[in-house]
Design a protein around this ligand. Sequence first.
Ligand code: PLP
Length: 484
Amino acid sequence: MELIFKLGAPGRRGVTLPKCDVPRHSDNDLPATLRRSAPAGLPEVSELEAVRHFTLLSRQNMGVDTHFYPLGSCTMKYNPKINERLSALPGFTDQHPLLPQLPEGGALCQGSLEALYETERLLSDLMGFAATTLQPMAGANGELTAITMFAAYHKSRGDERRRIMLVPDAAHGTNPASAAMAGFESRDIPSNPEGDVDLEGLQAMLGPEVAGIMLTCPNTLGFFDHNVVKVIEMVHQAGALAYCDGANFNAIVGRVRPGDLGFDAMHVNVHKTFSTPHGGGGPGAGPVGVCERLVPFLPKSRIVKDADGTYRLEYNYPQSIGYIAPFYGNFSVLLRTYVYLLMCGREGFRRISENAVLNANYLRERLAPYYEQKYQRSCMHECVLSASRQSAKGVRALDIAKALLDVGFHAPTIYFPLIVPEAMMIEPTETESKATIDAFCEVMIAIAKAVETDPDSVKRSPQTMPIGRMDEVAAARNPVLASL
Ligand SMILES: *Cc1c(COP(=O)(O)O)cnc(C)c1O
C-alpha cells in the first residue's frame, strides 16, 4: 500500500472552514522562537482519501475484533466495548491532571479519585494484598516497581549485600530484564522434568546475597508450579522476598490469591486480565499489590480517603521509592479496569479463570495426537505445543504460524518459551466459543496432515497476506523505516 503522503495533491483538504473574520491572537501570542518557520509536513488529502486509506490499512491487520488471536502470554481476548464508552465519558476525558482535589479548591476530581481508590481496593482484595499501586504503566514497569521496593526493603534493614535476583528459566523474558534495570544480577534457576522450579537447584542458589525470586505464575509453560508454597517458604527462610509475575492473572483470578500463597508482591497486567485493549504495544497498566511489610515503600503519590469521605493524593511517605509515573499512571486504562471489575464481580472472575483453563486444556487435548508436548500435564490458561515432529519433515513452527494466517487465524506465540524446541504457545482465552476453538483445532490438524503428505504446501504460505515472507535478516541488518 502507498503511504498517505503519496496520496492527494498540494492544497487538497479534508475540510474547508470559512475564512476567519475576527482578529486572530495566536500569531502574536507565541514568541517568534516557538513559531513554525515552514508548514508542518502533513499529508494533503481529501476526507474520502483519508477514510479509505485508514480503512484499507486496518483491513491488512489482524485484531481481536476481526480474528481469533491465540497469542500465548499476551491474552488477546475480547474487550467489552462498554469499557470504551464509559472511560471516554467527557467527565473523565476532559479533566486536567492538576485540577484541585480538595473541597476548598472546588474538589473538581473527587469522582476520578474515588474510581481509582476503589480500583485499588478491589484489586488488593482479588490479589490478597494489603495495598496496591496503580501507577506502573505496563507489566514490565510493574515488575521494576516491585523489585525496586524489594531493594528498598533490604536497604531499610541495613542488609545491603543482597544483589542477586533469582529467575526460573520458565519465567517471562521481562523478568531478568527488570532485574537488570533495578540493578540486580539475575541468575537462572532450571526447571525440573515436570516444568516446575527445581527445588534442589533453588536451594543451591539461596544465600545471604539473594534479594528475591521472580516467579512467573502460571509460568510460561502454562503451568501452576506444584511447589509454589514450598518455593516461597525456602526463599523467605533465606531472608529474601518472593515476587509473583501475575501478568496472566486470568488463569487463577477468583480462585487463588497470590498474597495468600505467601508472595510479597505481584503485578497484574490489566491490559491482559482486566480487559483493556493492548494491540500495538499499549497503552497498558501494571498495578502492583504488596504485603504489609512493603507498604511503606510503595511509589508516591498514594490515594487516601479521609474520615469525612473525601479523597486526595498524599505525598508524605519518607520510605517511598518515589515516582514511577507522572500523576497517577494511565488513568483511562485504569477506568476500563474499574468498569470490568464492577461488571464481573467475584463470581464472574471465577468463571473467567474456569473458562480460560478449560479452553486451553480442551485445545491441548484435541491437538495432543498431532503435536508433541514436552511435559505431559494439564495446563492453566495456555498450552505449549512443539513442532518438533513436523520439523523432522522440514516444516518449522514459523511455517505453521504462516499457514494459520492464510486461513484467518492470528499466529500463536512461537519459539517461546525457550526451553521447548519449536515452541508454539497457544492461549485461546476465556472469551472464545467452543465453535471457534474447534475451527482452530481443525486447521491445526489439517496442517499436521499436510506436513505428512505435502510439506512444501505449508512452507509456501502465506499466500493470501499483503506481505509474504520477509527477509528477516535483511530487515534486522538494514532496516528501511520510512520511504517518503
Ligand atoms: C505480558 C507479560 C509481561 C510484560 O507485560 P508488558 O505490559 O508487556 O510490559 C510480563 N510477564 C508476563 C508473564 C507476561 O505475559
